[in-house]
Write a protein that binds this ligand. Sequence first.
Ligand code: HEM
Length: 179
Amino acid sequence: MRGIVFTELLEMIEDKFGYELVDKLLQESDLPSGGIYTSIGKYDHAEMLTLVTKLSQKTQIPMPDLLRSYGQYMFVAFTRSYRHFVDRADSAFSLLSSVQHYIHVEVRKLYPDAELPHFIIDQPAENHLRMHYISERKLADFAYGLIEGCLLNYGEKATITKTNLVEDGSQVLFDIVKK
Ligand code: HEM
């Protein structure tokens, strides 16, 4: 995965738990990269899971909750680094609907080896968006946080229902219903 995913993770940990914990996690995790990430580098996504698993052990906060917070944090980072994608959309549903056929397509043009999920997206009603997440990386909770971050960015409120479609977490359905 791109370095930005890692630099933001470490920044979130530092913000929420302090630099000492970042230092401890990096020392104890024995990562192939040595924990030195640059925003333009590329690293094994397993390192992200190693770091979040260790963080969960240290903080006693369940993994899904950490991945969700991280997704929220990541969306804010995207609004900084990829402002033009966000400016093009005038609502949360407009942005979320464009993830599969526009945003991630553009990301792939920039980084042909990007590891991106596949989404099947439809809108059964004006206030209801459905996102079917498919990825062997099984990061649906990260997607959950990105959806929440997107809603927050537009100041919109919605109920998000997450349904596991495959037991291993590789396929998950999000029903997002605006209040
Ligand atoms: C401005 C908006 C967005 C940008 C610029 C963006 C860009 C990216 C980038 C750069 C990656 C990492 C690829 C890699 O490391 O190889 C990524 C991964 C990912 N994105 Fe997006 N994304 C955006 C919005 C979203 C939204 C709204 C969702 C969820 C609904 C989403 C879901 C994901 C997930 C779950 C991954 C992790 C990879 C996986 O699960 O297989 N993204 N995205």
